[in-house]
Each structure stands twice: as structure tokens, then as C-alpha cells.
Design a protein around this ligand. Structure first.
Ligand code: R5P
Length: 280
């Protein structure tokens, strides 16, 4: 078995290979001057574990081309998708829309035998795959990182409450979530549901940080309520535009993401959790 490092997650692929005591596949991945992707395996592969994001679109196309090259060698293909792009459009919210999360699954499964998704936006995305599909959870690794650093974990909304609950059980601390109340068409008020955060070291934990708006708002509020330290963490750090600056300027004492999307905030690796699934 060989680990195939797509362009999106070379460090994660390298760490997975190291922990599995395996080699990275010898593959050339290039871009033509017009941006189109070219893939060539320089060795015969019988079984591959491909590590590649489906975000942004160019990585998705690269994944398809890697898969095609592998299938032409009759290789068995496992795919680890660190960040499952298009996962947020997981149902028809309004008539006329696509279910992008399902469409991507249908395309990916055409040339794959097994897929591992790390914290997809919703668990039911797994059901869109007709091949073996599993979820890998990045929360334990984040929780380990924050052990003894925080007194409570708070989710920015109810959707992330299960993550806060899990992290708090590993850290051994309290958890809660923010409640959102719509004041007007454009104004939404956020408030911590039950917890008094004054003097406490708080970790705000979400699955995705995109524009940073949600996290910045949560940090601001905790600051107002007198939290002594405020950390912001996510599994998938997209950090669109100046998202990181927004969060830090709001008063965040530390910003942490995993290596599903590699950035200078990738202080935590999901590699061990991925390897546990690959070995099981
Ligand atoms: C929403 O459902 C997600 O869990 C995140 O809260 C959201 O994607 C964060 O987006 P942003 O960083 O743009 O506020």
C-alpha cells in the first residue's frame, strides 16, 4: 500500500505515511500554463490511500484525475478527504437548488473503494456514498491540545454542541453553547446559554472557520462577559480573507486549527485518528 499525497495536504499525507510506516507514492502532479492539472504515477500501484481535499475546486478536479490514473492501473483506492468541500449544501434548502454534497459523493465513488471524511459538516453526508464511508473525528486531537489550558468549551451554535461536549469530556471541564436570537431581519444576538464565563479560560470550538464572523462575534461576547482567556479552535480552518485577523482583533488569545487545511494555525494533526481508521 502507498500513500498518495495530493497537492492540498502534503504534510498530513506525510504524517499518515510515517505513522503507518509506509512510503509516499512516486507521482508527478503538475499544472499546465492554463491551470489544468496533469497527473502521472511513476510506479505501479496496487493499493493507494489518496489524501486530498475536495476544496477549492482545483483540488477536487485533481482528486478525480488521481483517481482515474489509479483505476487505470486497477489499483484499490481508499480516499482520505481531510476537508469535504461542498458539504454545507447537504440538502435542498430552497426549491431549485442542488444537493452539492451528494453530487460530489456520486462523482468521487465512481473511482474509489472506500472513503474517510474528517468531520464532514453533517454526519448524514456519509449516506450519499454507496461505497464504504467512514467519519474520522478531529475533536479528540484538539481536546488533547487544550488539556489543562481551559476551564470550559463553548460551541458557537447548537450545531456544534456535540463537539463541545466531546471535547469537554476529554479535557475534563464544563461545556455550553451560544444561543442565537434574531432581533430583526439583519440583527442576530448571541448569548451563552447557561454558563457564567467570568474569570474562566474558554475554548470556543467549531467545525469550520470560514470568514471568521461567527468566531469573532463569540470572542467579543466572551470578552464582554469577563472571560479571562479566550481560545478559538476549529477542525477546518478555511480562513477566508482576513478571518484570522478578525478573530484575533476581537480579543482571541490563541487560534488553533487542525491540518485538514494546512496553514500557520495547524497546531493539531488529525493523522493519528486517520491512521486508527486505516488500520482497523
Ligand atoms: C456553520 O454551520 C459552521 O459550523 C460554521 O459556524 C460556519 O461555517 C462559520 O462560518 P464563518 O467563519 O464565515 O462565520
Amino acid at each position: 500500500m502507498k500513500i498518495v499525497a495530493g497537492s492540498s495536504s502534503p504534510m498530513l499525507a506525510k504524517n499518515i505515511a510515517r505513522l503507518m510506516n509506509m512510503e509516499l507514492a512516486d507521482v508527478s502532479i503538475k499544472r499546465f500554463p492554463d491551470g489544468e492539472c496533469y497527473v502521472k504515477f511513476n510506479e505501479k500501484i496496487e493499493h493507494a490511500v489518496v489524501v486530498q481535499n475536495t476544496y477549492p475546486d482545483e483540488n477536487l478536479v485533481e482528486l478525480f484525475i488521481i483517481q482515474d490514473a489509479l483505476k487505470r492501473m486497477n489499483a484499490k483506492v481508499d480516499i482520505v478527504i481531510p476537508y469535504y468541500g461542498y458539504g454545507r449544501q447537504d440538502k435542498v434548502f430552497e426549491e431549485g437548488e442542488a444537493i452539492s454534497a451528494e453530487k460530489m459523493a456520486k462523482l468521487i465513488e465512481m473511482d474509489a473503494n472506500h472513503v474517510i471524511l474528517i468531520n464532514p459538516h453533517k454526519e448524514h453526508i456519509l449516506k450519499f456514498f454507496d461505497i464504504e464511508a467512514e467519519i474520522c473525528d478531529g475533536v479528540p486531537a484538539i481536546a488533547e491540545y487544550f488539556k489543562e489550558k481551559v476551564d470550559a468549551v463553548i460551541a458557537p451554535d447548537k450545531g456544534a454542541l456535540h463537539m463541545a461536549e466531546k471535547a469537554s469530556s476529554i479535557i475534563g471541564c464544563d461545556y455550553d453553547h451560544f444561543e442565537k436570537t434574531r432581533i430583526s431581519g439583519s440583527e442576530v444576538r448571541m448569548e451563552v446559554k447557561n454558563m457564567d464565563v467570568e474569570g474562566k479560560r474558554i475554548l470556543i470550538l467549531d467545525d469550520i472557520i470560514s470568514t471568521g464572523g461567527t468566531m469573532a462575534k463569540a470572542v467579543e461576547l466572551l470578552k464582554k462577559r469577563g472571560a479571562s482567556k479566550i481560545y478559538a479552535a476549529c477542525v477546518h480552518g478555511l480562513f477566508i480573507g482576513n478571518a484570522d485577523e478578525r478573530i484575533i482583533q476581537a480579543g482571541c488569545d490563541g487560534l488553533v486549527a487542525t491540518d485538514t487545511i494546512e496553514s500557520s494555525y495547524s497546531m493539531v494533526s488529525v493523522a493519528e485518528e486517520v491512521v486508527k481508521l486505516l488500520k482497523s
